[in-house]
Design a binder for this molecule. Sequence first.
Ligand code: ATP
Length: 343
Amino acid sequence: MIDTPHGSRTIKRTHWKAWQMKRIAVLTSGGDAPGMNAAIRAVVRTGLEAGMDVSGVRDGYAGLLEGDIGYLSRRDVGGILQKGGTFLGSARCEAFRTVEGREKALANLERHGIEALVVIGGNGSQAGARDLWQMGFPVVGVASTIDNDLAGSEVTIGVDTAINVALEAIDRLRVTAASHRRAFMVETMGRECGYVALMAGMAGGAEVVVIPEREIPPEVVAQRLREAYDRGKSHALVVVAEGARNNAAELLSYFAAHQPSTGFALRATILGHVQRGGAPTASDRLLATRLGEGAVSALLRGEQGVLVGLRDDRVVMTPYDEVVGVKKEIDLDLFELARIMAL
Ligand code: ATP
């Protein structure tokens, strides 16, 4: 038996490692992603089940520097599974990039008796987690970003919802595009990664998809749209990733300058943060639950300095060295498939 803020509890024999690691903390960092709440819930409930105490850190690394850390009970994480965002809050924190900042974070973790940290977040957040781990603190990461640009996981928590939000906008714009014979463009978020634009564009039947991994010049975009009309289509839709050189702003200015020659105007919808806000899809909730459990299991096995992700539908751990600073490639065969489907 151990004494915890929630009373005494018997630790299962199979979880003997938990006897060694009594207290863990969880935080969400970087851009919020739908499903982060489900991941926090999974970390808390599997941690408690294993006999650990689990604390939540408010506002990511900023809260770690402030020492804004408190116990979480099973009930504290009730009713959040279906909500987008993160109830712990998230923030960008420049101070955490410095050694002094991370030393302050370590001192706060020690003061609260925390022995390991679960970091739910994207590329930058996992870089910060790796730095903390290299300073000797046990850390496990959970792959969560709407960009899906994290090596070590085929899909990340939040990307399925982001694709579906983008798809809903595309479907709606297609209706009005067909009614008015107008060309529309949707710009998706995703930093330097075109994954969301490609997937949403393909699922939404876009005539042209523009992504940073395969740039298309504006004159070719215009030509493809014109050809779509010439083939008898009643609508023409472009899906462009924000990170593309020829993103929405660039394409708009090209079409404004060349309207007489292109023959039609292009209207743009920039999804921006709307894309982050959806309630997590079933797929994201299930992924988050599996990865959150995977993080606690990794700690119970004594693993640290790894990212928990999904590969071939299996929860896998990848060492931070193979994740941080490693560019994740997207499948360009799908880009070609999207082009063929648009003909
Ligand atoms: P998303 O891409 O989904 O928005 P992210 O995790 O990539 O999420 P970032 O803003 O890149 O978001 O990083 C979040 C935080 O992680 C930063 O504010 C900073 O505190 C920390 N961080 C980022 N990069 C590093 C680094 N190289 N070293 C230490 N800490 C870092």
